[in-house]
Design a protein around this ligand. Structure first.
Ligand SMILES: Cc1cc2nc3c(=O)[nH]c(=O)nc-3n(C[C@H](O)[C@H](O)[C@H](O)COP(=O)(O)OP(=O)(O)OC[C@H]3O[C@@H](n4cnc5c(N)ncnc54)[C@H](O)[C@@H]3O)c2cc1C
Length: 440
């Protein structure tokens, strides 16, 4: 029997350890804190929530609520402990972070077969990792030595990313009457959606953008890092016309069926292969999420924009899972090695934990000589795993989203009802998955 090492005691690592312990395995869980600290973690607790104490919505007709419900059906440690330690937060699941970590530690420590080792793992070359099953769950702040090792075994030259990403919005929520497809000077086909603004609209947008509230960057997120990728609000502050000479330049465009030129153009580019998602080109931003909604909805075609992912700027290390990972989170360049959590290209606390469940289930199956199976793409879990493991040249980490789940067979106009029906179908598919796990 191979030794099982889980490296990283965060959301993904703890969830994976729990899944394997429940299946009866001996698990060695390595956590480097407090011996080595990260720039963000403040305690030596397992499963520390580094920022917000909210795990987002519990409404099953939202993508975040659906993901939680699916995970609950798969007996998620994180959801169970979050519910035990929740604090009032309207429709969201928010927790007392200290009690939450303690609940996770108590659950894990109730298994005799768990060994917690407080040590930084720099590579997988020592005896205890050789010929073992190793699960890398070291998160967006993976230690430097481990980053170097991952680069070596995945043959990539650059692993350290500082995320400076633009928001992604749902195609359906774009006002098609106030936007049009096409490239500059009519070149480039229909790859872009153009959102024009007249002078008055632009000035209104500009004034709100320069006054909008930003997230305060942490010390280590030194502003120099972002020079190559200037946030749109920083660019705007350089002068009223700077954006119109940059990503919002209107040259080469006319309003459809008209000779009139727009004063400024915001371009949206496809984010996925299904045309469900579009990103705002050049709009990497550090605005607070609510401010992104308020200000970017001032662009007329985006007045009702639904944000699938907000723009963020924070240190975030992740692998290109679209090339390196199989659906069960196994690495295709190194045998018996799995990568889960934020490091695997998902974004968010709950998404990270989800990877731990699916990976744990499939390691157990692998040991029992069975093939890997994951929930299908009609579920929040399956659709996200499919997204992060499908080739995509402009891949960025992703949240769970209804936009990743295939449409219903019949057309349903009402958006709320459509989400309800998609959610219902997802839960049926998770139940089928549970049956399949029993049977196969
Ligand atoms: C600054 C910041 C703020 C964020 N805020 C939010 C938020 O508000 N909401 C949200 O949903 N998501 C947020 N995220 C994204 C993400 O959801 C969290 O980072 C989440 O904790 C990721 O879970 P994880 O298990 O992958 O990593 P982590 O929870 O970070 O766990 C990884 C663990 O591995 C340990 N480790 C690292 N290297 C080694 C090593 N070599 N050897 C042994 N142990 C190691 C670390 O100490 C850590 O405990 C944020 C990310 C960052 C960076």
């Amino acid at each position: 029997m191979k030794r099982i090492n889980v490296i990283g005691g965060g959301l993904a690592g703890c969830e994976c350890a729990y899944s394997l312990l429940k299946s009866g395995y001996e698990v060695y869980l390595y956590e480097m804190r407090p011996v080595v600290n990260t720039d963000v973690h403040k305690t030596d607790n397992l499963c520390e929530l580094v920022c917000s104490n909210s795990l987002k919505s519990i409404d099953p007709n939202t993508s975040q609520g659906l993901l939680k419900l699916e995970m609950e059906k798969l007996d998620s440690l994180v959801i169970k402990c979050a519910k035990k330690t929740s604090v009032p937060a309207g429709g969201a699941l928010a927790v007392d972070r200290e009690l939450f970590s303690k609940a996770v530690e108590d659950e894990l420590n109730s298994f005799d077969k768990l060994h917690i080792i407080r040590e930084e793992v720099s590579d997988l070359e020592k005896e205890e990792f050789k010929d073992a099953i190793n699960i890398l769950a070291t998160g967006p702040l993976t230690s430097e030595s481990m980053c170097e090792y991952i680069q070596k075994v995945t043959n990539v030259t650059q692993l350290n990313f500082y995320d400076a990403v633009a928001p992604i919005i749902e195609y359906e929520s774009i006002n098609k009457e106030k936007s049009f497809f096409g490239g500059r000077y009519n070149k480039g086909g229909d790859d872009y959606i153009n959102c024009p603004m007249n002078e008055e609209e632009y000035i209104n947008f500009y004034n709100n953008l320069v006054e909008a509230e930003c997230v305060i960057l942490k010390d280590f997120e030194n502003k120099d890092i972002f020079n190559a990728c200037m946030p749109i609000e920083v660019m705007a502050k350089k002068g009223i016309d700077t954006m119109r000479f940059g990503p919002l330049r209107p040259v080469g465009f006319r309003y459809p069926n008209s000779e009139k030129r727009p004063y400024a153009i915001v371009q949206l580019r496809k984010e996925d292969n299904y045309n469900h998602l579009y990103n705002l080109v050049g709009f990497q931003t550090n605005l607070k999420f609510k401010e992104q909604e308020r200000v970017f909805r001032m662009i007329p075609a985006l007045e009702n924009a639904e944000f699938v992912r907000y723009g963020v700027m924070h240190k975030n290390i992740f692998i290109d899972s679209t090339k390196l990972l199989n659906i069960d989170f196994s690495l295709n360049t190194l045998k018996n090695t799995y990568v889960i959590g934020q490091l695997s290209g998902v974004e968010g606390y709950i998404e990270s934990a989800m990877c731990g469940i699916i990976c744990g289930i499939n390691i157990d199956r692998q040991i029992r000589g069975k093939k890997s199976i994951i929930p299908n793409e009609y579920t929040a879990i399956g659709s996200l795993i499919k997204y992060i493991t499908t080739p995509n040249s402009s891949f960025q980490p992703m949240h769970a989203s209804f936009s990743l789940i295939p449409e219903l067979d019949e057309k349903v106009k009402d958006k709320k009802l459509r989400k309800e029906l998609k959610s219902k179908r997802a839960i049926e598919n998770i139940d089928n998955y549970l049956e399949l796990l029993e049977k196969e």
